[in-house]
Design a protein around this ligand. Sequence first.
Ligand code: AMP
Ligand code: MG
Length: 326
Amino acid sequence: MNCDVADLVKPKNSDANKIGLDEFVKHLENPEVVDIAHIRNVVLRSLQCYTQDAGFYQLMPILMSPITDPLNHAVYPAEIAYENRPLRLTASMIFHKQLALRAEGLNKIFIVAPNIRLEKNTIKSSVNHLLEFSQFDFEIKGASMYDVMKFINELMVHVFTQVKTHAADQLERLGRELPDYDQQFLIYSSDELREKHGENFEQILSTTATTPCFITNYKREFYDRETPNKRKHYNNFDLIYPEGYGEALSGAEREFEYEQIIYRMNELQMDLAPYQNYLEAAKRGDIPSTAGAGIGIERLLRFICGKREIKDIGLFDRSIATKFLF
Ligand code: AMP
Ligand code: MG
């Protein structure tokens, strides 16, 4: 079937668009928009100030590259071309974080990074997924996963405290009571949780937990480091929010040794061709040993504001069911 671009961009159903516009304006007129904007300010300021004060350098985002995060689940491709070279829109800055830390004296970095992930509508939870979102994405040279988890614990407690101090009125108007999380977040391994709760362990833990908690050891992308001398065991983790809000962030130590990277890519039956330059850098020893994590900013705001739908956090709907009005 022939499909003209002009047809594609033409609104198909003007009534549906009118209803969409009415909903959009109603959303903008909701006074909660300003309360959430204030909380967003406090969250971004406290994340950036705390991390800069801890010696991190803030980098600017990269939006397109020959390679991006292959992800652990299938998404529609998001590609553009420049002079016949295919470029992928950034799904995460994982490879750029690793390579940036090769710079002498750049030992800790972070980026407030936009990510495009054209999620399929078959994913488990659309209340938690956007087609574009932002990560507070950071990486530390020479760190272990436990260093990173300790830092995240301190950072998250700092953010919650700042919000409670500087956005108390906004939280109250949103009807959100945010508890004090001053104790250490508990750490579980996915094996013990799977044995106890079955495959849905993450959601079950999130629903029953009263503080954020870590879960370690997930089988996922090739770049999360396999535990040395322990095949199919991984030095990675997620942080889970309580009250059923689910995954907050994912983090890990990274693979950096050429042979091991090849082993992991082959195990996942990946096409190595697009990764030529990355593999060459690894072969030359130009990928340092690092660990880091990426915090989903909209999911953090969703949790802090007590919103069940992630789309209620933003002005422009980028949920999977969006009408893409603007
Ligand atoms: P990942 O490393 O793929 O787990 O992504 C890092 C973090 O980004 C996740 O833990 C989520 O907080 C957030 N995130 C991932 N995918 C999405 C999405 N489609 N929409 C909103 N946030 C997301
Ligand atoms: Mg994840």
